[in-house]
Every structure is written in structure tokens, then in C-alpha cells.
Ligand binder design. Structure first.
Ligand SMILES: Nc1ncnc2c1ncn2[C@@H]1O[C@H](COP(=O)(O)OP(=O)(O)OP(=O)(O)O)[C@@H](O)[C@H]1O
Length: 283
């Protein structure tokens, strides 16, 4: 290979100026911080725990209304990135902008306010087993809004209907299937009408049909509500079905290797690791 610095080599060494991209569509401009099209932007972000740097040189943007996939092999730092984007882990370097506001350069009160616009669905669904499905959804509404009990009840019913579970409000988590529990997790994450929804391995532990239904739900919600969806997943079927855009994180170099539409990366990436990942090992 020639000594010419390609976007890939820049990406490998964490040169964030390069904004490595293999988009099939118009990339989001790196410097346009006011862009109305951008929901989340990372600028030269480094993340770690104690003396360990897990990822560095992360610079990418997530378009408003996209389903954006965070992908890469086990232990590369996907959940760590999600923690930084959801207010749980401050970066060691760089900036995280949510809706043009720098999450980690504002007061805690301002950060809490910004994070009100964010919903998170955790792997397990993280429901309270001793509460009905309706109570699980009304909890954040009671905590964070001044709505009346009746309004809250109606909203909870509406959210359950949105995820295809109208009429199930009185059930307990133990009485429904794993797939349904995940849908309730989505309804709860959406309780406060977030602009951005995060999903940590949404299809983990689900049979293929339930996983497909959850994917369809993610797309339906994106299309009907315009919510920006950020999804961590290993599931290739899901990545190709729902992903508008993606970032590929590498555990070895501890940085992003590329960004772009997953199908486009599968078919056209110049990076062997990315092709191998997206083609189940066939580079
Ligand atoms: N709280 C923590 N303290 C110290 N190290 C941590 C912590 N959480 C994660 N790590 C380490 O950070 C690295 C990245 O972990 P992370 O969970 O972000 O990766 P991941 O890509 O989401 O993994 P997986 O695909 O296996 O879920 C791992 O080496 C992990 O051991």
C-alpha cells in the first residue's frame, strides 16, 4: 500500500480531523456545529476507566431521525460510548454535543435538563417486576411531570398502544413474554417523549421472530415520531434492516475505523476488519 494517507489510515491512528466515512449518502459536515440535521456530535472524544483508555479519537455525527448503529466486536467499547452519550461517563477528552449542547461542559442541572430529552432501553428491559406494566411506564411520568393522575394513565395507555400492547397495562412483567417485556421497555423509555432513544442490544435473548418485530417497531417509531435511534447491536440481520448509518469501533486500535451505511460498508468498505465483521468472517 502506498504511503498516501487515506481516510482509513487516518482513522486507524485516531486522526479525528479525517472524519473517516464510507457513506453511501451525503456525510454530515464535521465542522457544522449548528446543523439542524444533527442530533448528536462527538468531537475528538476519548473514554476510559481508571488507567485504561477504551476508545479515543471518536469524531462522528448522528443525524436527526436516523437509526444509528454502534457496532464492533465484543469489548470494543460500545456500551462505554453509550454511557458517555447518556450522561453516565464523562469523556477524558473531547466534547459530546446533544442537540448542539455540550453535555459535559454544563452544570449538572443543565445536563439533567438535556438528558430529559433522552430515553434508554436497557438490554433486560429493566422493568420493575413488582409493578404492573402501566405502573412501570407511569413512574417516570410521575417523577418528572406535573400531569394529573388521569393524564398520566392515559399517556401510559397510549405508549403501550404505540408498542403494540394496548390493553396489557394491568399485567406484571412476569406474565408476558421476553419480546413483550422489551416492548414495554421501549414504551417506558419513550414515556417522556424523548428526541433520542438509545437501545443496548435490543434483540439479545429474543427468538428471531420477536427480534424482527422489535426491529419493525424501531422503524415504525422512527417513521411516525421522527425519533433519533441509537442502537448497540451485534445482530447483522438487524444492523442491515434498521441501520441508516453506523460507526465501527475497533478494540485493537481503540478507535473508530469508519462510519457509514451498514449495507454500503458491507459491500464497499476498504477496511478488511469491517468487511469481515459485516460478512460474518468472509472478507
Ligand atoms: N465500569 C467499568 N470499569 C472498568 N472497566 C470497564 C467498565 N465497564 C467496561 N469496562 C471495560 O471496558 C471495555 C469495553 O467494555 P464495553 O462494555 O464498553 O464493551 P462492549 O463493546 O459494549 O462489549 P460487549 O459487546 O461485550 O457488550 C472492556 O474491556 C470492559 O472490561
Amino acid at each position: 500500500m502506498s504511503a498516501a494517507v487515506t481516510s482509513e489510515t487516518r482513522a486507524r491512528r485516531g486522526d479525528t480531523q479525517a472524519e473517516p466515512r464510507e457513506h453511501a449518502q451525503t456525510p454530515v459536515p464535521a465542522s457544522d456545529q449548528q446543523s439542524k440535521d444533527v442530533a448528536i456530535r462527538l468531537e475528538k472524544v476519548a473514554l476510559g476507566y481508571d488507567s485504561d483508555t477504551i476508545q479515543q479519537g471518536l469524531s462522528f455525527a448522528i443525524r436527526r431521525g436516523d437509526v444509528f448503529i454502534i457496532m464492533g466486536g465484543s469489548g470494543c467499547g460500545k456500551s462505554t460510548v453509550m454511557r458517555a452519550l447518556t450522561g453516565l461517563l464523562a469523556p477524558r477528552q473531547g466534547r459530546v454535543l446533544l442537540q448542539d449542547q455540550s453535555l459535559w461542559e454544563v452544570s449538572e442541572a443543565a445536563r439533567t435538563q438535556i438528558l430529559r430529552g433522552v430515553g434508554v432501553m436497557y438490554q433486560s428491559g429493566a422493568l420493575w417486576s413488582s409493578m404492573t406494566l402501566e405502573e412501570n411506564i407511569t413512574l417516570p411520568l410521575e417523577q418528572y411531570t406535573r400531569l394529573s393522575r388521569q393524564q398520566i394513565g392515559e399517556l401510559a395507555e397510549y405508549k403501550l398502544a404505540l408498542v403494540g400492547l394496548a390493553g396489557f397495562g394491568g399485567y406484571y412483567p412476569g406474565q408476558i413474554s421476553g419480546g413483550m417485556r422489551k416492548r414495554v421497555g421501549v414504551a417506558r423509555a419513550m414515556a417522556l417523549d424523548p428526541d433520542i432513544l438509545f437501545f443496548d442490544e435490543p434483540s439479545a435473548g429474543l427468538d428471531p421472530l420477536s427480534a424482527r418485530r422489535l426491529d419493525d417497531l424501531i422503524l415504525e417509531l422512527r417513521d411516525s415520531l421522527g425519533t433519533t435511534m441509537v442502537v448497540i447491536t451485534h445482530d447483522l440481520d438487524s444492523i442491515f434492516l434498521i441501520g441508516d448509518d453506523a460507526v465501527f469501533l475497533d478494540a485493537e486500535t481503540r478507535t473508530m475505523l469508519t462510519t457509514g451505511n451498514p449495507k454500503h460498508l458491507r459491500d464497499h468498505s476498504e477496511i478488511a476488519e469491517v468487511r469481515a465483521f459485516l460478512r460474518r468472517g468472509e472478507a
